[in-house]
Design a protein around this ligand. Structure first.
Ligand code: EPU
Length: 431
């Protein structure tokens, strides 16, 4: 096993390119199950979660070929198998996103139910209710969800839940409905840019989806979808993580390939905290939205702020841990309220071991800013918690060692190399 070692105290300077979004890439890869012919996906990041989904797709009769230009070619070769087994699904909860396309194309799906994880319980009741509304029969047996339905029927499907909309639930029901009969309306659908990217991919492949990015998405069933070439949107959470790394170190960095309108809540909050952010529109278009450059400058003096995570366009829960790290060195007290995953605070105890003063009660963290953090050995509990410990390590005095590093490789490609190119002192060592 490897650990990440960081010598803190070096402000970041320079340019970094943002990769394609993991949380758009995964459902779009799964959506290829619905298509005939080959799809060429550009901007797929090199991550363990992507490899895990490739393994699942291979098991399901799909060829996945990494091309020299970095793109991923996906071709459905045979459609007999409908089972995504526990051993593959257990390492990545997003594997559930093969449920909708398998059912929609093959008329049956048997997918291991993802367990809970350190960010809280991960129920799939809304996914199940959604595909049932389309006429599928669903059994939950021996740890598997088994769905059958030869020709799904368009319907009005309510995807609202106790914590708002569901991202992968919306993706699953959308993918199940595109080849169904007639019109489906997804009410209380998730509006996240990654869900929009999936809908745009499906439309380019031949689907008929409208009101993309709105609360009520309309899908007219079509007979078939074809393989296409498609470029994944830049990863807004990776961009936000680099913004915080720049801000916490009192640095000045430029993000390339950034779609800042996907990050408005993050940019506004950082500006409120005294971080200077300038956004310029670029040339490349992602379904009418331009990417561009974003300059982030900070003198390291961070003002306190209150943050509530919410579904898009609110503050992303996937940025909460990184903001917790940043606010731990702010000049005053901040409050973070987690409204998407109320128990997502495993990073708090580790940040406190680095000298932070954070109290977590239920879904709230009260953060009293301290003048500085100090390096020590800490444990990563999930992907975004790892990112928060890394940004904390960049500013902490002395050496920080982060164990259980495999979490970071699930969602950030070559993070230490890219931080090193910005002037950080960060490297991997064998544990
Ligand atoms: N929920 C239910 N029932 C369901 C589904 C969800 O009650 O059937 C609840 C969840 O427990 C949670 C809330 O609804 O409280 C939102 O969960 P959601 O379904 O939106 O999460 P997800 O689709 O499983 C995706 C991302 C997560 C991100 C969340 C929220 C992917 C692969 N994962 O998960 O990303 O935190 O949306 O934005 O897209 C990450 O990248 O580190 C990550 C965890």
């Amino acid at each position: 096993m490897e650990k990440m070692v960081i010598e803190g105290g070096y402000p970041l300077h320079g340019r970094v390119r943002i990769n394609g979004a993991k949380n758009a890439a995964l459902p779009i890869m799964a959506a290829c199950l619905l298509t005939k012919g080959t799809s060429k996906l550009k901007g797929i990041p090199d991550l363990t979660d992507v490899k895990t989904l490739c393994n699942i797709l291979n098991e399901l009769g799909v060829d996945t070929v990494k091309c020299p230009d970095g793109s991923l070619e996906i071709t459905v070769k045979e459609e007999k198998n409908i089972t995504a087994p526990y051993d593959l699904v257990r390492t990545m909860r997003a594997s559930i996103c093969v449920l909708g396309p398998l059912l929609g194309k093959r008329g049956m799906a048997k997918v291991s139910i993802p367990g809970g994880c350190s960010i809280g319980s991960r129920p799939i009741d809304i996914h199940i209710k959604g595909i049932e509304s389309l006429g599928a029969q669903v059994d939950v047996k021996d740890g598997y969800v088994i769905a059958t339905g030869e020709k799904l029927k368009g319907s009005v499907v309510d995807l609202g839940g106790p914590y708002g909309s569901t991202v992968l639930g919306t993706c699953n029901v959308m993918m199940a409905a595109v080849l169904g009969e007639g019109r489906t309306v997804l009410e209380n659908a998730a509006c996240e840019p990654e869900v929009q990217d999936l809908a745009n991919f499906l439309n380019k492949a031949g689907a008929d989806i409208s009101a993309i990015g709105e609360k009520n998405i309309i899908i007219e069933g079509v007979d078939e979808l074809n393989g296409i070439e498609y470029e994944i949107i830049p990863d807004r959470i990776e961009a936000g993580t680099f913004m915080i790394a720049g801000a916490i170190t009192g640095g000045s960095i430029v993000l390339e390939n950034d779609i800042s309108c996907h990050l408005t809540s993050v940019v506004n909050k950082l500006r409120e905290m005294g971080v200077e952010i300038q956004v310029s529109a670029g040339k490349e278009e992602f379904n009418g939205v331009k990417n561009g450059e974003c300059t982030v400058k900070s003198d390291g003096n961070i003002k306190p702020a209150n943050i509530t995570t919410l579904p898009y366009p609110g503050m992303p829960t996937d940025m909460q841990a990184q903001f917790t790290a940043l606010l731990s060195i702010a000049n005053g007290t901040s409050i973070i309220t987690e409204r998407v995953f109320p128990h997502r605070f495993m990073h708090v105890a580790e940040l406190n071991r680095m000298g932070a003063n954070i109290r977590n009660e239920d879904a709230i963290a009260i953060i009293k800013g301290v003048p500085s953090l100090s390096g020590t050995t800490v444990m990563a509990s999930d992907l975004r918690a790892s990112a928060s410990l890394i940004v904390a390590g960049l500013v902490a005095k002395g050496i920080t060692e982060i164990r259980r590093l495999y979490h970071i490789d699930r969602g950030y490609e070559k993070l230490e190399d890219r931080l090193t190119s910005l002037g950080a002192k960060i490297w991997r060592e064998k544990e």
